[in-house]
Design a protein around this ligand. Sequence first.
Ligand code: DOR
Length: 445
Amino acid sequence: MTNYLIKNGTIVTEGKSFVGDLLIENGYIKKIGHNLQVDSTIQTIDASGKLVLPGMIDDQVHFREPGLTHKGDIQSESRAAVAGGITSFIEQPNTVPNAVTQDILEEKYKRAAEVSFANYSFMMGGTNDNLEEVLKTNPRNVAGIKLFLGSSTGNMLVDNQEVLEKIFSSTSLLIAVHAEDEGTIRKNLAEHKEKYGEDIPVQCHPVIRSEEACYLSSSKAIELAKKTGARLHVFHLSTAKETELFRNDIPLKDKKITAEVCVHHLWFTDKDYAVKGNFIKWNPAVKSEVDREGLWKALLDDRIDVIATDHAPHTLEEKSKSYLNAPSGGPLVQHALVALLESVKQGRITIEKLVEKFAHNPAILFQVEKRGFLKEGYHADVVIVDSESEWTVDKSNILYKCGWSPFEGTAFSSKITHTFVNGFLAYADGVVNTEHKGQRLLFER
Ligand code: DOR
């Protein structure tokens, strides 16, 4: 395989930024230093003036395979991911069939080994009646268990309190939850139907899937985790109020309760529904500016540990339906990192802190083996970014199978120029190299 020397880039890792060289040999980071000298068999990439970052580890994506491949598939969406600087992803079980048996789960791994351009892991889905299967999950090579405590795409609601308590108390695996209280949502929806009939405006989405629905469900999950000692990870916080439930006085590696925020909740607010409509309809809903600011604050003070995408493509046709008929979710993996880099330019977050949240912390939180850092001996999952290269998202440069993006028309000032996955150049200057496939993530547990 080709080996690479990335020269004179601004290397960002473990809280530091410095100009240096990074040598990739046989899939691993062999050396980081200054003026590294190599022979002519090694391909040199001049990264002067560019950022050299660890690839993003996205702990929540929906790639729709099997069963929903008209929306996206592992090949198409992992292609968009590597173009966006995401080198590893953790995919969710609400595919068709749902990934709720070990056999179905392993089929997904098999498929990814054939077609995924990024490294991959798939979560095992918990339901009201599959505890036995859940408990067979191998912590060494599966990221964790996913529970939908609120319904979303895929009918995977787990609402039996007894079952929940059993799952929480009988596994040491990480349990990731989608936390929205179903009763509250149903009540709010009924009230809105009474008022608007079938024509509910999309602006009501955060009122239906309300702050209260999120807070109630997140607090119940946390209460149960405390009672049972379970390892809980709360996905996609969307309200300022929920952030009060999380702590920042313990190091991440010792936390038993952790939290994620997604790019769309850090970017959009309810003011954007007027222009974007259902294209920013997500579960949980994008909420107010106060919520967005509260999420940023908690991210910066470490009550929120990681940033992810919740990449969840639906077709243009599906998203063009009325509020009640349009599914929730949107594609993000190609644009998440460049969007986050805008926040660095705006002075909201430092580049070092951002790298911690999208690469280091997911690696620590899931105990991912030898990834998430630019460190000698680690897998060479590396991204080079030109942060002075403006481009605009439009239909001609979108790689998602669904062909649209909530960022269409948005100008970004950073461009991903190179993405290495396990030392292979998976993406360079606009072209995805389809030759090499990613690896199954392993976990140090
Ligand atoms: O909006 C969402 N869509 N949120 C989720 O958690 C699931 C996702 C989907 O799969 O469509």
